[in-house]
Write a protein that binds this ligand. Structure first.
Ligand code: GLN
Length: 489
């Protein structure tokens, strides 16, 4: 069951081979067996999942099902889900029951997908390892001593260990692509504006974008088609037609121009990762693609500008958590100021506080021009680099992360080295482009998964999904599972 693609699951549901209730029970059972170790879920919504599955079975029987009806899904715990705790993995929102549902979730619910639960993440999506969670780190199923990446770590782990066939995450600076790479699954971050951010608790509003984790590009395409589109509740969602992302998966790659940015293959890249990425490029040559060296000269400025812009936006977004209207409130405040200070001091974890302080500093009078405005100018230069590159090539490829999954605790005391995990992913968010991570093999040194990054031009999700799918037709990296979770039952 767990090896089946979403299309196969859909066919099984339609033909009556199994019901949605059985399928949902199957994944709930896997969660109960394995999640004590993996810690991928913050909340499991068993009752709700089974009652939604029952409705899905009725729809299937009545002939009113979509391709996704009856297939269960998990959501990163920053997508608001009415009546269910939405914690953002923070003590601040540990008691927060969302009064409404995020548009992306709403669309998939309408399509008939039962929700299995809400997944673990770095607090407020700040991190690259899932260690910054109030509920403890989620573990990498390939090696429980290692991180799964972050911030959407739990969503990635859920799919990698097949506790869910598909899940949603968000990507502000790499939080879908990096955990997908570190856990050996497929993940797509759509173009900024493609998926509504309504009901997604904001970290950095000009960068955040919801996307999909699944086994394959084909599975991602199916779910992305159903969750995308303009939403008048999100002023940054774009009025752009949503194509059927599954329609062009089989297009030939003959003559495809792939750009390899020389800055992505610098000395900071682990040689085992380089080897895997080079092998993948060879496979693309065999598929008829042409490889062109390109330059994204401002790549080295992505981290410094992101770590001004994202904290600046976060400091503003997180000012609403003040202990007054919702969320954590400290015990017995002396007065209003004491309540603000202690509620925020006790409710936020240390990485979140670090970002709020950096962001507030960068926005303060006197420093605004020196930091924030400068960072915005660099952001423009980074977008221009991509614009020029896409005049010469159809897609850009490179590594996702500089190394494979690191050990839990290895970087927790060194924020700068943690921030470097996003060196190849951040620039894409600053430009607002779409990108994927596709499993491309394992490091020769430690046998851990390595992803290939595929970057597409604005609104070219269909193109990168096609490029990923063709690769997945000639390789089987994406269907490899960590042995501890692959046993038959
Ligand atoms: N690791 C990056 C950060 O901590 C990106 C996180 C994300 O994409 N949500 O900001």
């Amino acid at each position: 069951m767990k090896q089946k693609s979403l299309i196969e699951l859909s066919a099984g549901l339609q033909s009556g081979e199994f019901s949605s209730v059985e399928l949902t029970q199957y994944f709930l059972q896997r969660i109960s067996t394995y999640d004590t170790d993996l810690n991928a879920f913050i909340t499991v919504t068993e009752e709700q999942a089974l009652s939604a599955a029952k409705v899905a079975d009725e729809q299937i029987a009545a002939g009113s099902a979509t391709a996704l009806t009856g297939i269960p899904i998990a959501y990163k715990d920053l997508f608001c889900t009415e009546g269910v705790r939405t914690s953002c993995a923070s003590k601040m929102l540990d008691n927060f029951i969302a009064p409404y549902t995020a548009t992306a979730v709403e669309k998939l619910t309408q399509a008939g997908m039962p929700m299995l639960g809400k997944t673990n993440m770095d607090e407020f999506a700040m991190g690259s390892s899932n260690e910054n969670s109030f509920y403890g780190a989620s573990k990498n199923p390939w090696d429980l001593a290692r991180v799964p990446g972050g911030s959407s770590g739990g969503s990635a782990v859920a799919v990698a260990a097949k506790l869910a066939p598909v899940s949603l995450g968000t990507d502000t600076g790499g939080s879908i692509r990096q955990p997908a790479s570190l856990t050996g699954i497929t993940g797509i971050k759509p173009t900024y504006g493609r998926v509504s951010r309504f009901g997604m608790i904001a970290y950095a509003s000009s960068l955040d974008q919801g996307g999909v984790f699944a086994t394959s590009a084909e599975d991602c395409a199916l779910v992305l088609s159903a969750m995308s589109g303009f939403d008048d509740k999100d002023s940054t969602s774009v009025e752009q037609d949503v194509p059927d992302f599954s329609a062009n998966l089989n297009d030939s790659l003959q003559g495809l121009k792939i750009g390899l940015p020389k800055e992505f293959f610098d000395k900071g890249l682990d040689s085992n990762v380089t080897d895997v990425v080079n092998e993948a490029i060879k496979a693309y040559k065999k598929l008829g693609a042409e490889i062109i060296e390109i330059s994204l000269p401002n790549t080295h400025l992505a981290i410094p500008s992101y770590y001004v812009i994202a904290p600046a936006e976060a400091s503003s977004n997180l000012s609403r958590f003040d202990g007054v209207r919702y969320g954590y409130r400290c015990d017995e405040p002396k007065d209003l100021t004491d309540m603000y200070m202690r509620s925020r001091g006790e409710g936020f974890g240390s990485e979140v506080k670090r970002r709020i302080m950096t962001g507030t500093y960068a926005l303060s009078a006197g420093y605004y021009d020196a930091y924030y405005l400068k960072a915005q100018k660099i952001r423009r230069l980074i977008s221009e680099d991509f614009k020029q590159a896409f005049e010469k090539v159809d897609v850009i490829m490179g590594p996702v992360a500089p190394e494979t999954a690191f050990k839990i605790g290895e970087k927790s005391d060194d924020p700068i080295s943690m921030y470097l995990s996003d060196i190849y992913t951040l620039s894409l968010n600053l430009a607002g482009l779409t990108g994927m991570s596709v499993p491309a093999g394992f490091s020769a040194e430690n046998r851990l998964p390595v992803g290939l990054q595929i970057i597409g031009n604005y609104f070219e999700e269909a193109k990168i999904l096609n490029v990923a799918h063709q690769y997945q037709q000639v390789t089987d990296w994406h269907i490899k599972m960590p042995s501890a979770y692959a046993g038959e039952e």
